[in-house]
Design a protein around this ligand. Structure first.
Ligand code: MN
Length: 231
């Protein structure tokens, strides 16, 4: 496996940087560039502060959720696998209630470097709005299956070791890019706690969306619509 991070060429340049003529390495490099091609194509890195990133493995399986007030509020659920952050957009966010199935739309792979991003994306750019690091930690895949096998089957069962989310969770594919995020029955399940309402702040900065927008030149009023209404 490639241990070294590999820089990707700009999206408009169709060629890929290959420092060796070895066919296997070349094949892997092309696959790596493809993995983030959609991510790179959608963004203008001269305008957004989001990281360009590269395909690489971190020391442990990363788990994180970014709360994102873009054109619509959603929670970006990310699990590190195959050198990238596999990503789902969850409009309503996670629920600790085992009876609740939350729609999770699979979106383009993100670079591992994206996992620490919090800030604003300029309006008019892809995903324009405010991004909060809502939860971070690690995860382990259950059932002794490989990621590849589990994703292909559309059945990912994993344990989260996050600051907010813990215990066993499931991502189950319905069709195409549509998956469901469902909590398994364990000590961390709850019918009473709405975790998105109870824990609305950033795990990185303790800020609400409005605070992030205020500090980083974003649209404060728009960001605030994603924060819980004061009671
Ligand atoms: Mn998003």
């Amino acid at each position: 496996m490639d241990a070294e991070p590999r820089e990707l060429m700009p999206a408009k340049n169709k060629t890929v940087a290959v420092k060796t003529t070895d066919a296997t390495v070349k094949k892997k490099t092309v696959a790596a560039a493809k993995a983030l091609a959609e991510y790179v194509r959608k963004r203008d890195f001269t305008k957004t502060a989001e990281p360009r990133g590269s395909v690489r493995k971190s020391a442990r399986g990363m788990y994180l959720i970014q709360k994102h007030r873009a054109s619509h509020l959603h929670y970006d659920f990310r699990l590190e696998a195959e050198g990238v952050l596999k990503s789902w957009s969850v409009p309503k966010g996670p629920s600790l209630d085992t009876a609740v199935k939350r729609l999770a739309m699979m979106v383009e792979d993100h670079p591992v470097e994206y996992g620490s991003f919090e800030g604003t994306i300029p309006e008019g750019e892809y995903g324009g709005g405010t991004v909060m690091l809502w939860d971070t930690g690690t995860y382990e895949l259950e059932d002794r299956v490989s990621w590849r096998e589990a994703e292909k089957k559309g059945r990912l069962r994993f344990t989260l070791h996050g600051k907010k989310l813990k215990g066993v969770w499931n991502l189950t594919r319905m069709s195409g890019r549509q998956w469901l995020l469902i909590k398994s029955r364990d000590a961390y399940a709850s019918k009473d706690v709405d975790i998105t309402e109870a824990k609305p702040r950033s795990v990185k900065s303790r800020r609400l969306l409005a605070g992030i927008a205020r500090d980083e030149g974003g649209d404060v009023e728009k960001a605030a619509t994603g924060d819980p209404t004061p009671k």
